[in-house]
Design a protein around this ligand. Structure first.
Ligand code: FAD
Length: 142
């Protein structure tokens, strides 16, 4: 379990630390609008169906951490490189803030947001390269 979300730890397919057990929706973390979660829930359902068909899943490769100014990030683990959607909340309101996704000292993505607010879920797509320092990425806000 993730003590910050009070939900299970999942990878980008929604798989929990128990192989074959998947989670999506508000049981993972609270979504603001149902549209955000129904899109993700569809892909989690497809991953669960693939698990049933193939009986195997990938092991997590990367850890995803909440850095400065970020309350939590979902998924907390990622099992494959490529385009991934990160969902997170900030800890405090702010204006003209940079959302930064880093691995070690390397910046993977940086995006400015005119307004950030803890009640508003932020979703950001990142393209993760194969080699990342310490197999960890961190989301922070400055
Ligand atoms: C007051 C309020 C207003 C909202 N307004 C909007 C809006 O206008 N537009 C919008 O897009 N989103 C809105 N949302 C958000 C939206 O409702 C949620 O994002 C969405 O419903 C979450 O879907 P879910 O399937 O993950 O969880 P839920 O819809 O909560 O479904 C979980 C289901 O699991 C059942 N359950 C729980 N525990 C168990 C158990 N142990 N065994 C069996 N069943 C169980 C529950 O009874 C429930 O039916 C609002 C939310 C709230 C609280």
């Amino acid at each position: 379990m993730d003590r910050l979300t009070a939900g299970p730890l999942v990878d980008e397919t929604g798989q929990t630390s128990i192989p074959g057990i998947y989670a999506c929706g508000n049981v993972l973390h609270v979504y603001d609008i149902v549209d955000q979660l129904s899109k993700e829930a569809k892909s989690v359902g497809q991953a669960a169906a693939a698990y049933i068909a193939n009986g195997q899943s990938q092991l997590p490769l990367l850890r995803v951490q909440a850095g400065a100014g970020i309350k939590y990030v979902v998924p907390q683990q990622i099992s494959a490189h490529g385009k991934r959607l990160l969902s997170f909340r900030v800890t405090t309101p702010g204006r003209n803030k940079y959302i930064i996704v880093k691995s070690g000292r390397k910046t993977i993505k940086q995006q400015i947001k005119q307004r950030v607010n803890p009640p508003e879920l932020i979703q950001l797509e990142v393209n993760l390269p194969p080699l990342l320092a310490g197999n960890t990425i961190k989301v922070e806000i400055r």
